[in-house]
Write a protein that binds this ligand. Structure first.
Ligand code: MN
Length: 232
């Protein structure tokens, strides 16, 4: 047994659909600009440049449904609905053909973003962490074991605010498919069990405020509901 100076924080984890066991989290990787129409709406060239990644801390994740206080430091909180891929078997330099052997499950989550801080960071050439990696910035629905997932390559992905549809696309629109971006990610970092990937958001992102109820889903995988509470 390792002797720690004080008790280490409990490992972050997520609910698993149909199970009392929990999915132990290690890292949260996020893919930037992975749908053409979203790249265009953010003012970027959607050409197939190599995918890029950013991260959130594992303890930014939380189970849903939930209420999240409107975060500090921002006046422009955005929703981004995303397919979640959960890694169960680690590896480096994973071939595209082998990627699904490493995938434990899939889910749907929201990449909450302090857009004003992210835009400022972009302008200044600074890291995105203050825009992306804040407390409770990754609400995620229960993880679905991959054997119960019909497809991570083609399914409707959608999000609504107070019942009004804002994002509506298909996983087939991903610029870099799950097999492709997980393979590429594994060339940069050795993936480990418990890593999850937020795979990018389609077009239609926008601001939410205290009192808004955000719903969304990926057909065949699950649905998510998040209420935005008063400023913390
Ligand atoms: Mn995102």
């Amino acid at each position: 047994m390792t002797a720690y100076a004080f008790p280490p924080p409990e490992r972050a984890s997520l609910a698993i659909k149909g199970s009392d066991a929990r999915f132990p989290l290690r890292r949260i990787f996020c893919v930037g600009r992975n749908y053409e129409a979203h790249a265009i709406e953010m003012g970027n060239d959607p050409s197939r440049e190599p995918p890029f990644f950013f991260t959130k801390p594992a303890d930014a994740a939380l189970d849903t449904p939930c209420t999240i206080p409107y975060p500090t430091l921002t006046e422009n909180l955005h929703y981004e609905i995303e397919l979640i891929i959960a890694i169960g078997k680690g590896g480096a330099n994973i071939a595209e053909a082998d990627v699904m052997e490493h995938v434990w499950g899939a889910s749907v989550g929201i990449d909450l973003t302090r857009r004003d801080l992210q835009n400022e960071a972009k302008k200044m050439g600074r890291p995105w962490d203050w825009g992306k990696a804040f407390d409770q910035s990754a609400p995620i629905a229960p993880i679905v074991p991959i054997a119960e997932v019909p497809s991570v390559e083609s399914a409707r992905i959608w999000l609504a605010v107070n019942g009004v549809t804002k994002q509506d696309a298909d996983l087939a629109d991903l610029i870099w498919s799950v097999r492709e971006h997980v393979s590429i990610l594994s060339q940069s970092m050795t993936l480990a069990p418990g890593d999850i990937i937020m795979t990018g958001t389609p077009a239609g992102v926008g601001a939410i405020v205290a009192g808004d109820v955000v719903t969304g889903g990926v057909d065949g995988i699950g649905t998510i509901e998040v209420t935005i509470g008063p400023r913390s």
